[in-house]
Design a protein around this ligand. Structure first.
Ligand code: SF4
Ligand code: SF4
Length: 367
């Protein structure tokens, strides 16, 4: 059996909520061993995907999976592996770790099956794919470490995480986020514990940066690539930035987009969580700080930046930028729906944000 780290799931439960269907908006891939069933029974439901394989077709090319009817799966017993796995993800870095997608509302109820037991069961059925993915990702990681060492930008990931962990509250405060982002631009390796927080950063600049990051994820012309927020009423909300407006749409079960409202993004002020919101947010930041996939996304960024910046700086800067993005989304949800900045508003924003966070490009891969 392959060694998998399940610590990120410890103590969590997961259930699937009737009437939700949000994960059926993510076009599932059909694995090679699953093709014959679909070729024989549902050939018209197979479409070519960008990786040269097959996925299940979506309604009108942009809605939910064609097998979702009345928010129930018509082929439940035969649904692809990727549907069975959700909301669990297995990330292959220099080891494999199990992660939970917090965009699934069913992981927030505190009910359902024990998440770790569920993930162990899923993993036991996918050993071959995991062994292959780990072999490939380990080779990529070794090359990455070697390039970092040669470039003099390698950091000690355990120390970086410990430094951030002991300063986690700083990452939930807009003024401190702005100061961390400024410190991350230094040439020398950054220690968050060593930053002299003066409370003098430019919050307008932070608002503009956070808005830009959020809007870039909403700027696709293709509805398939727009972020989805599954509301408490299981409405499938999508947001598109175009021109000088950001528009809120509802995706219908038939696969149509209906406009609900729009605002000028510049009119949205960056809100600040209250004490309870801060507690939910710091828990989430702690989770990001422990996720191997987040580390993989930091490594991807270092590669993108040409190995010129110390790992400490890219890590802290990426985490601060992620929280700024999340806070702008919280402010946008509040402007549209009045979700607020308490525990509920921050939880709703994490439900909105986490799927995109997990989708961020990374060195290594999800299996
Ligand atoms: S997102 Fe979660 S709760 Fe919703 S349908 Fe998928 S597994 Fe069920
Ligand atoms: S096959 Fe079923 S479970 Fe999978 S996306 Fe389609 S409707 Fe959802």
């Amino acid at each position: 059996m392959i060694d998998i780290d399940y610590s990120g799931l410890s103590g969590r439960k997961a259930e699937c909520l009737p009437g939700c269907g949000m994960c059926c908006l993510c076009q599932p891939e059909i694995l090679p061993q699953e093709r014959s069933y679909f070729r024989t029974s549902h050939p018209k439901a197979m479409v070519r995907n960008g990786s040269g394989g097959f996925s299940i077709a979506l309604k009108k090319g942009q809605g939910s999976c064609v097998f979702l009817n009345n928010r129930k799966c018509d082929i439940y017993g035969k649904r692809p592996t990727f549907c069975r796995q959700y909301p669990f993800h297995f990330y292959a870095g220099d080891r494999i770790s199990a992660e939970l997608d917090l965009s699934c509302r069913g992981v927030w109820t505190g009910r359902g099956a024990d998440a770790e037991s569920e993930a162990r069961q899923i993993a036991s059925e996918s050993q071959d794919r995991m062994v292959k993915a780990l072999r490939e990702s380990k080779a990529v990681y070794e090359e990455f470490y070697s390039i970092c060492t040669d470039a003099g930008v390698m950091g000690d990931t355990q120390s970086i995480r410990a430094d951030i962990s002991s300063n986690i509250q700083r990452f939930a405060d807009p003024m401190s986020i702005a100061e961390i982002l400024a410190a991350a631009l230094d040439d020398d390796p950054l220690s968050v514990s060593g930053i002299d927080f003066r409370g003098e950063a430019d919050l307008e600049e932070l608002r503009a940066e956070a808005m830009e990051a959020s809007l870039s994820s909403m700027s696709s012309e293709d509805p398939l690539n727009l972020p989805v927020y599954c509301g408490q009423d299981f409405g499938w909300n999508m947001f598109q930035a175009s021109g000088d407006r950001v528009t809120w749409y509802l995706l219908t079960d038939a696969g149509d987009l209906e406009e609900v409202d729009s605002v000028r993004p510049e009119s949205i002020q960056l809100g600040k969580p209250d004490a309870e919101g801060m507690r939910v947010l710091t828990d989430y930041i702690g989770l990001l700080n422990s996720r191997e996939s987040f580390l993989g996304s930091v490594f991807y960024k270092m590669d993108d930046l040409g190995y010129e910046d110390p790992m400490e700086n890219v890590y802290a800067g990426s985490l601060a930028a992620s929280v700024a993005d999340l806070m702008w989304r919280a402010s946008m949800l509040d402007a549209f729906m009045g979700t607020g900045f308490g525990a509920d508003g921050i939880r709703e924003t994490i439900i909105f944000y986490d799927m995109d966070r997990l989708d961020a490009p990374a060195v290594g891969a999800f299996i």
